[in-house]
Design a protein around this ligand. Structure first.
Ligand SMILES: [Zn+2]
Length: 961
């Protein structure tokens, strides 16, 4: 029977809502404690698409799994209205922006009458808020919706006010001048939320080296000031315009694009005129400190948007420079410039390092992309192992690391150098403008560079679980480089700074401790706490236990007992047990989340876990508007149903890899589940023959497999290896039950006989599928138990019954399967149409040798001759069967250690009777008569099988006629 996915989804959504099974309160504790899981709340400026579904689905699977493990799980959701993107969107709508309106209509299916209201930022937020929360419900997320809020709710704003007052009192917020990533067009600082492709701007301090030319300064920006001694020439781009400008009382020549950057870095700049780069080519400039005159040459690789557009050339240590110079020479221009080696490092002794590394990569052109890699490699190598040579004046014999700082400092002290902050990654604002670095004056900053604070953040990270753990170092790195961060803007939705009402707290600063607010939101939504004049003291009490419930009860008119309940509820759910988010939030949100928790809360309330997942590809491609492959989540749900989407998002990749969403996969999952669904219908209608059904070897085997799979799947789920877990439930369990049915039916067993075993298997399989595909699992659960066993969402995760794990049954079925495979292979290779097949199993003496070898190998003796020497003494027949013994050793060594010790424990298995049990199956599958004998059987019958020596334990000899 085909499944009506949508009808089933609708039915169970309704029942869950009626029964309110995902509402969590401390009173619902089952004795195992709470589990508080949160995921980064969405920003409602567009509907969610399939890509968004991954993070939320993973968090929901985690929540559902922990619920089935008996925890009182709280999984809430809020909505992040704060910030400028919604404002910018409203502005574009009122300017009648065709592209945006087109996206709304054609990609997001928004009706035109709604779009008309989108000139109001709040209408955009409300519209997509409802769209997203509707989608989350349809996806089956097990959210406690009583705790929903938005970041512009009045009480939430009071909560953020409390957070900022506290941070300020701890000295972690100050006003000052600091650099930030900045959009010159919007005249606003930018962070990840404001940029195309959600890139966090990162910047570094470059050294400007002032080359002199006829009274003009040509400042070259570099990260390697110590290489000044190796400068042989300067590069300019002949086709670009350069500006002549007075910069802080000097006459500078820099690229036109550099001028606005200098202004934003607070330099006094007055442009006097412009010249073409080509006009500079051929002139000479004086290298400061070294006092060497060098020629200005033309190079197309000079990007006028990078640094100052003036590049100093150090061909001995910079692969780009070496290659460019080499090409000029080949074209017979400018002969006579030779690289000057000034650094000696481990790998490059008496040679030109840049030449060596270019040779190593086989690079032959300036435009070769591998130059980037060659450069990175050489820079890093010289930084860590390089020593300055004798031709570097007073810096001779000191390390590159040290020389870099000293040369920079000395240049600046002598007025021959300066610094310039520059983005190290190309970042574009959502408005399309190229971002730059700006030094903001009188801005409010959170001081993430505070060392004591960093220390606490490291400590929190050390005690925290990070899934996957390979991400931990990324967090360490972010904590180490984080500096002052602008925390307020002049415009946008959000909370005003409590002490300076001109400013609005920005979106990556008001979203770091809101997990605590989910406790409070329940009481706000129930009308217990209202927005009239709440001060910090209420939050001090609820979140930190400061103050008395008596006083606050009088002040706010909230019942004293209720206040104490709220405080108790906070202490019950806090800390956060697991925080889920996409990998792109590691360098900002997730790290700020750590920082703010350690600043505001005592150690026992610090977060316990962070889970980070990768992104989603669509049919192998990145999702993008230009490719037209962005599918809104609700549209996909209406088409395919949520269950299959959930499973498809999780089955293609483990957590950190990119998942690939494909329709083929979706269809294959649906087919698989349809078979499971039909098995539930079929077997639930069968009255069993009245015992527990475990009679035959295949019964023992299936139940053993079941318990092994429960154990493996639980292990995987505990580590959130969801791909592996889902693969077990959907695919491996399907294979096992198919084999079981084949075995049982070939022996003539009726469904009545096998129903008890099959039902046990189905019961566990449906439970383990429930976190992934909750709707169809509820349906199957209710079919299996005629609706009498409640919700599978509330059911217990299956437990391993170790008594059922049965190594003998495991080996027996494996023997049958491998024998069948071997015969099929022989038939395939030889092309024989078999009339009769004989299987000869190994005799008892071979088994005794086999057990001996197993014993040696398990004790660590794996050398062939050592083993043979030992067993010859025990059994003299070994002498005349050396080759057979060698084969035995080989086959044992090819097994896993677990398989070896299992076989050692079992001893001998009765292969003939095991294969005899499957005779019907083998005959059916192979369309041939089968004879099964042991080598130990009457020798007369065996004569014609001349090769019976081939039979080994677990590997019978096979004869096909
Ligand atoms: Zn912009």
């Amino acid at each position: 029977m085909p499944i009506d996915w949508i009808a089933i989804q609708r039915r169970w959504l309704e029942r869950w809502e009626e029964a309110r099974i995902f509402e969590s309160d401390p009173s619902k504790d089952k004795g195992k404690g709470k589990y508080f899981i949160t995921v980064a709340y969405p920003y409602p400026n567009s509907p969610q698409h399939i890509g968004h579904g991954r993070t939320y689905t993973l968090a929901d699977v985690h929540a559902r799994y922990m619920r089935m493990q008996g925890y009182n799980v709280l999984f809430p959701m809020g909505f992040h209205y704060t910030g400028t993107p919604i404002l910018a969107m409203a502005r574009r709508i009122s300017e009648n922006d065709k592209e945006l309106i087109d996206t709304f209509i054609n990609v997001y299916n928004v009706r035109p009458e709604y779009i008309r209201t989108f000139t109001e930022p709040i209408s955009i937020a409300r519209y997509f808020h409802s769209e997203i929360s509707q989608g989350m419900k349809e996806m089956g997320y097990s959210i406690d919706w009583r705790r929903e809020f938005t970041t512009i709710d009045p009480v939430y704003k009071k909560f953020i006010t409390w957070q900022f007052n506290r941070l300020r009192r701890k000295g972690l917020i100050h006003q000052g001048s600091h650099p930030v990533g900045y959009c010159p067009k919007d005249m606003s600082p930018v962070s990840q939320h404001d940029t195309l492709g959600d890139v966090e701007p990162e910047f570094m301090e470059y050294t400007l080296i002032k080359f002199l030319m006829d009274g003009y300064v040509l400042p070259a920006a570099t990260l390697r000031p110590e290489t000044i001694f190796g400068v042989t020439n300067l590069w300019v781009n002949p086709d670009e315009e350069y500006a002549v400008a007075i910069v802080n009382d000097e006459q500078w020549i820099v690229s036109k694009l550099c001028i606005s950057k200098l202004i934003h870095l607070n330099k006094r700049v007055e442009v006097k005129g412009y010249i073409k780069g080509s006009e500079l080519v051929g002139k000479y400039a004086l290298t400061p400190m070294v006092e060497r005159s060098v020629r200005i040459l033309a190079a197309s690789f000079v990007d006028p948007g990078n640094g100052t557009g003036i590049v100093m050339s150090v061909p001995a240590h910079a692969p780009y420079d070496y290659q460019a110079l080499h090409e000029l020479k080949e074209n017979c221009k400018y002969d006579g410039i030779e690289p000057i080696v000034i650094i000696r490092s481990d790998d490059y002794r008496d040679t030109i390092p840049a030449y060596e590394v270019i040779k190593k990569y086989g690079i032959s052109s300036q435009s070769d992309k591998r130059l980037e890699k060659a450069t990175e490699e050489l820079y890093a190598h010289e930084f860590y192992t390089g020593i300055m040579l004798a031709n570097t004046m007073e810096y001779a014999n000191i390390s590159v690391k040290e020389a870099r700082d000293r040369v920079k400092r000395d240049l600046i002290l002598k007025g021959m150098g300066d610094t310039m902050l520059e983005l190290t990654n190309k970042v574009k604002c959502r408005c399309g403008a190229e971002c730059i670095v700006k030094i903001l004056n009188d801005q409010w900053f959170i001081n993430y560079s505070d060392t004591a604070w960093k220390g606490l953040a490291y400590r929190c990270l050390d005690r925290m679980s990070v899934i996957p753990d390979e991400i931990r170092d990324e967090f360490k790195y972010v904590i180490s480089w984080l500096k002052e961060r602008a925390c307020a803007r002049r415009s946008g939705l959000g909370t005003t700074l409590p002490w300076d009402r001109e400013w609005i707290i920005e979106s990556l600063s008001d979203s770091v401790i809101y997990m605590a607010y989910y406790i409070i939101a329940k009481y706000v939504n129930a009308g217990v706490i209202d927005d009239s004049d709440i001060d910090d003291d209420l939050f001090d009490y609820i979140l930190l236990g400061i103050g008395s419930s008596d006083t606050l009860s009088l002040k706010y008119g909230i019942d004293k007992g209720t206040l104490e309940d709220i405080r108790r509820e906070f202490l019950y759910y806090y800390p956060v047990d697991s925080r889920h988010s996409g990998r792109d939030l590691v360098p900002n949100h997730l790290t700020f989340f750590i920082f703010n928790h350690v600043a505001l809360f005592p150690e026992e309330l610090w977060p316990r876990e962070i889970v980070v997942n990768g992104s989603v590809l669509m049919e192998g491609k990145k999702m993008s508007k230009s490719l037209g492959n962005i599918i809104p989540l609700r549209k996909a749900i209406a088409e395919h149903g949520s269950d299959a989407i959930r499973a498809s998002l999780l089955i293609s990749a483990e957590i950190l890899q990119d998942a690939d969403f494909t329709l083929d996969m979706l269809k294959s999952i649906k087919d698989r589940v349809e078979r499971l669904y039909n098995a539930c219908i079929h077997f639930s209608s069968i009255r069993s023959s009245g015992n527990d059904g475990i009679k035959e070897m295949e019964d023992r085997w299936l139940l053993a497999r079941l318990n092994t799979l429960i154990s493996d799947t639980t292990y995987a789920m505990d580590r959130l290896r969801v791909r592996e877990a889902l693969n077990n439930v959907l695919y491996i369990m399907e294979q096992d039950v198919q084999w079981y049915m084949k075995r049982a039916r070939s022996k003539g067993r009726r469904d009545e006989d096998i129903a008890p075993v099959v039902k046990t298997f189905l019961d566990a399989r449906v439970r383990m599928l429930a976190p992934f595909m909750p709707f169809i699992s509820e349906e199957m659960w209710s079919i299996l138990y005629d609706g009498k066993k409640g919700f599978v969402s509330d059911a217990e995760w299956p437990k391993v019954d170790t008594g059922m794990i049965d190594p003998y049954a495991h080996e027996s079925e494996a023997l049958i399967r491998s024998t069948l495979d071997d015969i099929m292979n022989i038939i395939k290779v030889t092309g024989i149409k078999p009339r009769s097949i004989a299987i000869i199993t190994a005799g008892e003496w071979k088994w005794s040798i086999y057990r001996l070898i197993l014993g040696f190998v398990t004790r660590g003796v794996t050398n062939h001759s050592n083993i043979i020497r030992e067993i010859i003494n025990i059994d003299s027949r070994v002498k005349s069967n050396i080759n057979m013994v060698k084969r035995m050793i080989e086959s044992i060594l090819s097994e896993t250690p677990a398989a070896r010790s299992r076989r050692l424990n079992i001893g001998t298995i009765d292969e003939s009777s095991i294969l005899d049990d499957a005779k019907g199956l083998l005959e059916e599958e192979l369309q041939s008569t089968i004879a099964i004998n042991s080598e130990d059987d009457d020798i007369i019958n065996m004569k014609r099988y001349t090769k019976n020596k081939d039979a080994l334990p677990y590997k019978p000899a096979i004869y096909i006629e």
